[in-house]
Design a protein around this ligand. Structure first.
Ligand code: DPP
Ligand code: ZN
Length: 847
């Protein structure tokens, strides 16, 4: 059925050391001439080259045209028979024709607003030319581009240019998924960076004319990334030039092509009037991410796509560490854990669960997941926790020294950590090969001055994996005394058994444990904890993460009790009140404390505990708790709202951004007691997108934004990134009963350019983010969503498949909703000609 298995890996039987490509660009008929220098590694092997949707014009070996009997052409590639191959090394030349303008899948060479660009990860290069499209074939590329565009870019260094042509040479061997070409009418914002060994690097941020006033932040982020990788990992940039290009039509966030990173424009363009604090933070983080790939991805790449988390988990870990250093570390950690739980734990709990290193796939694009990326990053983080800072750095140094220039596996990676530390990490490796989130049950005992913590770990079955042996879990624990003092500072317990106890001796009184500090392992902690104890930790824990966690657990338990009609008590409201105006706490941290858990998160928790999630009850409970919180603490909220106003011109730094975040959380709560008066005032006064959109969001929630939404649309209609926000925000935050109709109205708006992935995601993502709206009982949300996936699939299967994950939670809900979701999935699955991407997803979703 077209499934690829890890166990089927075989090395490529040829080496390919040099490639020369010539592109003669034309929208409907681009010619690609490829010259491959090959030599056999095994005698008698056929030469297989991947190739899809290519019109073969000519093929020759060592200058001699091949006869039709010499090779076989299929839908997926070209195979030259062994008899037609010379014995030693040889040159294969092909010429093909492709049509970038008709490429709506946005993989390979395509066009975006008149500009040519490429996206080749994972398997796009086979839509450009016949080639061994696999990451373990690494070659040096020389590229000539001919075309009537003023700017013609490829990887590496420019080696010649003239009217209508340019040549590029990349000295570093690379797999073809890192090849890139850009040709267009572009303008650059230029900068430089001097590396630690004193080399000067030219930096360019290329955008469409008119966008150049929104590039400064991106340029600064490149410079900060380069500096940070030198300081934190000793990694220096290795070319004289670093180009970054912003593209309006892009399936993913960004791409780390060697020396020529290509970005979704939403992760580059920013000005105070058009981008929010959140956008700025993401832009810096993703620019860091792609830049850090230069070493973890480009210099050391993956042997095959099963090893994707080798580069992605590690590079996410690196970008998280970068943001942590650039901004507020504890706040960044909490944000990352919230994202992990809401996205990755959700994936692990449903039909799409898979290990960070999967062992089979039909379509690799379906495995660019939060498990590979974010859980992959958690696994790297645990290695650092186990080895300590110095041990981790030593292992990373060994990784770079040993594997530079290679295409590697998770086994290579683990071996580096074993060799650097002298430890046996075979049990730890299960984090890479086993799917599912471990649950950790905790019990405690105190007697005669000895405090004992006992843990039991278990992981539920996931598709294809019924039993889960115990994993090595690093559990960071500290103990607090009755007055809140730290009795035992943080230590890392290493749990290796299914059940294991740890003893702490010589304690005068029963301590309060702070378990899993810093979220030291991606597990679900199950512990009967009283509200008093949570309030105690919220007030006293020295670990910022667990302090926040205590508050959020209180809020979660309160909300769940409310959905079940139980008396929720006032512990949460009592405990949180004291912290709202506590100036000793960072505003960004207080903003996180005051933000109630997402509805989807509550549904996830209810289902994990064996209940049935009721989206309407969850929505109502959250509204009620917000109202109670606002009514009870109006004075503190109001004072904090005033105190957090940021004076002076807008700056996207962590400090003012944190104040704005707290201010907007207060604003949202205060709107429940002031009928939106403050939000109206802020919307009128705001000089930046963070506050305008924040105020507008509050008014949307109150149903008081129609006039403003119309004016906002008129003001920003020529700015696609802002219009994306206009789509998302009103759908995500409108009253749930209106969401499906509003989505339908917006889909009919002339600005709904559904072939643009950002715009499509803006609307569909907005709808699925409106939990109770998407899950409306009559199924209107599901139907609308499925209709559009069906419509997009023939054009852009990758994005359609990605968005189908909105349905992965069907098992949480009541029989009626379950049936409706499954009916929509079956309807999608039954479409004639469904893509491999979406048919794999629906098959897995239906289980
Ligand atoms: N390799 C890319 C990234 O994660 C995905 N296109 O940066
Ligand atoms: Zn990446």
């Amino acid at each position: 059925d077209g499934t690829t298995y890890l166990s089927d890996y075989r090395p490529y039987p040829f080496t390919l050391d040099r490639v020369a490509l010539t592109f003669r660009l034309a929208p409907k008929a681009t010619r690609v001439m490829a010259k491959l220098h090959l030599s056999p590694r095994e005698a008698g092997a056929a030469l297989h080259l991947d190739g899809e949707q290519l019109k073969l014009i000519s093929i020759a070996i060592d200058g001699q045209a091949l006869k039709p009997a010499d090779y076989l052409l299929s839908d997926t590639g070209l195979t030259v028979h062994p008899a037609a191959l010379p014995e030693g090394e040889f040159t294969l030349e092909t010429e093909v024709e492709i049509a970038p303008e008709d490429n709506t899948a946005l993989e390979g060479l395509y066009m975006s607003n008149g500009m040519y660009c490429t996206q080749n990860e994972a398997e796009g290069f086979r839509k450009i030319t016949f080639y061994p499209d696999r990451p373990d074939v690494m070659a040096r590329f020389h590229v000539r581009i001919e075309g009537d565009k003023p700017v013609l870019l490829s990887n590496g260094n420019p080696v010649g240019q003239g009217e209508g042509w340019a040549e590029w040479d990349d000295p570093w061997p690379k797999p073809c998924y890192l090849f890139a070409l850009v040709a267009g009418d572009l303008v650059a914002t230029h900068g430089t960076f001097t590396t630690m060994s004193g080399r000067k690097v030219d930096l360019n941020v290329w955008v469409r004319p008119g966008d150049e006033d929104r590039t400064d932040y991106a340029l600064g982020a490149i410079q900060r990334s380069m500096k940070w990788d030198e300081e934190a990992f000793g990694r220096e940039y290795d070319l004289d030039l670093f180009n970054l290009v912003a593209v309006g039509d892009f399936n993913m966030g960004a791409m780390e092509n060697k020396g020529l990173n290509i970005f979704n424009s939403k992760l580059v363009l920013a000005s105070p009037e058009t981008a929010t604090d959140f956008d700025y933070e993401r832009i810096e983080g993703v620019i860091g991410h792609e830049y850090f790939h230069n070493w973890t991805g480009d210099r050391i790449t993956c042997r095959d796509w099963f090893q994707l988390c080798l580069k992605e988990g590690l590079t996410v870990f690196r970008d998280q560490s970068f943001t942590s250093d650039m901004r507020l570390g504890p706040v960044k950690r909490i944000e990352d854990v919230i994202a992990l739980r809401t996205r990755q734990f959700r994936e692990d709990a449903g039909p799409l669960a898979h290990p960070p290193r999967p062992d089979h796939y039909r379509e690799i694009n379906n495995f660019y997941t939060t498990t590979v990326y974010e859980k992959g990053a958690e696994v790297v983080r645990m290695l650092k926790t186990l080895l300590g800072d110095a041990g981790f750095r030593a292992a990373m140094d060994l990784y770079f020294a040993r594997h530079d220039g290679q295409a590697c596996t998770i086994e290579d990676w683990i071996k580096v950590f074993e060799d650097a530390s002298g430890r046996d990490l075979s049990q730890f490796k299960r984090w890479y090969t086993d799917a599912g989130t471990p649950h950790l049950k905790v019990s405690e005992r105190f007697d005669g001055g000895t405090y004992t913590l006992s843990f039991r770990q278990s992981t539920r079955p996931t598709p294809g994996q019924d039993t889960k042996p115990p994993r090595l879990i690093p559990i960071a624990v500290g103990l607090l005394g009755p007055n809140g003092d730290e009795l035992v500072p943080t230590q890392v317990l290493e749990m290796t058994e299914a059940e294991q106890s740890f003893r702490f001796e010589g304690l005068g009184a029963k301590p309060v444990p702070s378990i899993l500090r810093g979220f030291s392992a991606p597990v679900v902690l199950e512990r009967e904890t009283s509200a008093e104890e949570r309030a105690f930790l919220l007030a006293h824990d020295s670990d910022a993460f667990n302090r926040w966690e205590a508050g959020s657990a209180l809020a979660r338990d309160t909300l769940i009790a409310m959905t079940e009609g139980r008396d929720a008590g006032s512990d949460y409201l009592d405990a949180i009140g004291m912290l709202i105006g506590d100036e000793s706490l960072d505003p960004a941290f207080r903003a996180l404390l005051l933000r109630l858990p997402f509805e989807d998160e509550i549904a996830q928790t209810i289902a994990t505990r064996g209940g049935v999630a009721d989206p309407d009850a969850i929505h109502a409970a959250r509204e009620t708790l917000a109202r109670d919180l606002a009514a009870r603490h109006e004075a503190a909220l109001s004072a904090t709202y005033e105190a957090c106003a940021v004076a002076g011109p807008y700056a996207p730094d962590a400090e003012p951004a944190g104040r704005r975040a707290l201010r907007l959380v207060c604003l949202k709560l205060l709107a429940l007691v002031d009928a939106g008066a403050r939000a109206e005032a802020l919307y009128t006064a705001a000089d930046n997108m963070t506050e305008s959109l924040g105020a507008l969001s509050v008014l949307i929630g109150l149903g008081k934004a129609e006039g403003k939404l119309a004016a906002f649309r008129a003001k920003w209609q020529d700015n696609p990134l802002v219009i994306d926000k206009w789509f998302t925000t009103q759908i995500a935050l409108c009253p749930p009963e209106e969401a499906a109709e509003r989505a339908a109205t917006l889909a009919a708006d002339p600005l709904f350019n559904w072939k643009n992935p950002n715009r499509f995601r803006a609307l569909m993502g907005g709808l699925s983010a409106n939990h109770a709206g998407f899950h409306r009982k009559d199924g209107a949300g599901y139907r609308f969503y499925a209709d559009w996936l069906i419509r997009l699939d023939p054009l852009n299967p990758q994005t359609a498949a990605r968005l189908s994950t909105a349905f992965e939670t069907w098992a949480r809900y009541d029989a009626g909703r379950k049936e409706k979701i499954r009916a929509e999935l079956s309807r999608i699955a039954g479409q004639p000609g469904l893509s491999r991407d979406l048919s794999e997803m629906t098959a897995r979703l239906l289980g």
